[in-house]
Write a protein that binds this ligand. Structure first.
Ligand SMILES: *Cc1c(COP(=O)(O)O)cnc(C)c1O
Length: 379
């Protein structure tokens, strides 16, 4: 089955009760048993729920994986992955990562004696330098948020396999429409499905996809035992969003390309970050592992001041100033004060995330209107 068909049908079990064409919202916490311990595969909705099952099967199908697991948020999914590790284990993570992931790693898990190394992942040798006998997991995000750096998933996976380490890729920015990390050798794919997967800025939800059954069992145990599972309504909304994932991603990518080209030509803009530029330092890798370049574009005004960035952010009318990304509507974000405020300034600036940087989540409106809006705001 091709991707566009999978978005509609992939992994889906047709409602066995009445043949409902859309997955019903099984808004129930528990299920009737005919005799003690005898049931139809569902006992309690933290453990399993039929609406959630269809979402888990759908995301697994899109990522070409064997097993999908749904969580109450992207961070709950990350939390479950880290909980498969033990005190003393070490994790190598990209230094240019989602602020909430950084906060979870450093403020919660370091307390439990897990050690995180944050490195520039554009060159595998920086990762290799941190590998020792305690290293258990490599955590990659690509393209990175908000600097749009590209990590070579294939070479990360070779490095991981060679050292018997697991590789997890946060695939939130790209989505499986663009990039399928399991096919490139990753062991775990993680999503903030809040973003492009659900796609309408109306739900917070997370997901994990793996191929290995033992890893799936471990994660599934944590999913149930820790209990950060999404409700059936949220799974339903996400499933509904997935049905147009391919159409949305195509338009997001087309619009973002036009916006990136426009910004690059603009005299008042200094740097534009977008993985699809032919002169992007990792363009070749991006081209080899991505089928399109997605809807995210970051930029810095030419005078590099916070005041100018602030003025642009405040003057935009169609782009709403808000955290998050991946919805049908365009958003503008000031990472230093919003999504990435939890990362210390020194750490942020090391990866180029300066105070004057703005990040756009380019929506699927008419791109001429979006460019008019930017033109007016940049002045
Ligand atoms: C938003 C986001 C997360 C966290 O997901 P939530 O659903 O907000 O918990 C993790 N990684 C990336 C890249 C994100 O953009």
């Amino acid at each position: 089955m091709k991707f566009n068909t999978k978005a509609i049908h992939g992994g889906q079990i047709l409602d066995p009760a009445y043949g409902s064409v859309m997955t019903p919202i099984y808004q129930t916490s528990t299920y009737a048993q005919t005799s003690p311990g005898k049931h139809k595969g569902y006992e309690y909705s933290r453990t399993h729920n039929p609406t959630r099952t269809n979402f888990e099967r759908s995301i697994a199908s899109l990522e070409n994986g064997n097993h999908g697991l749904a969580f109450a948020s992207g961070l709950a999914a990350i939390d479950a992955i880290i909980k498969t590790l033990n005190p003393g284990d070490e994790i190598i993570s990209t230094n240019d990562l989602y602020g909430g992931s950084y906060r979870l790693f450093t403020k919660i898990f370091e307390k439990y004696d897990l050690k995180f190394h944050f490195v520039n992942m554009e060159d595998p040798k920086y990762v290799e330098a941190k590998i020792n006998s305690k290293t258990k997991l490599i955590w990659a995000e690509t393209p990175t948020n908000p600097m749009m750096n590209v990590v070579d998933i294939r070479s990360m996976s070779q490095l991981a396999k060679h050292n018997k380490i697991l590789l997890c890729v946060d695939n939130t920015f790209a989505t499986p429409y663009i990039q399928r990390p399991l096919d490139l050798g990753a062991d775990i794919v993680m999503h903030s499905a809040t973003k492009y997967i659900a796609g309408h800025s109306d739900v917070v939800i997370g997901a994990i996809v793996v191929n290995d059954s033992i890893l799936h069992e471990k994660l599934s145990f944590i999913q149930n035992a820790s209990g950060a599972t999404p409700g059936p309504m949220d799974c339903f909304l996400t499933l509904r969003g997935i049905k147009t994932l391919h159409l949305r991603m195509q338009r997001h990518s087309e619009n973002a390309e036009k916006v990136a080209m426009y910004l690059k030509e603009h005299k008042k803009i200094q740097n534009v970050y977008w993985a699809g530029f032919k002169d992007h330092k990792n363009y070749k890798i991006a081209k080899s592992q991505m089928d399109a370049f997605g809807g995210m574009v970051s930029f810095i005004p030419v005078d590099k001041t916070f005041e100018t960035a602030k003025k642009i952010a405040e003057s935009l009318k169609l782009f709403t100033l808000a955290e998050s990304l991946g919805g049908v509507e365009s958003l503008c974000c000031h990472p230093a004060s919003m999504t990435h405020a939890s990362i210390p300034v020194e750490e942020r600036e090391k990866s180029g995330l300066v105070e004057s940087l703005l990040r756009l989540s380019v929506g699927i409106e008419d791109v001429d209107d979006l460019i008019d809006d930017l033109n007016h705001a940049i002045g």
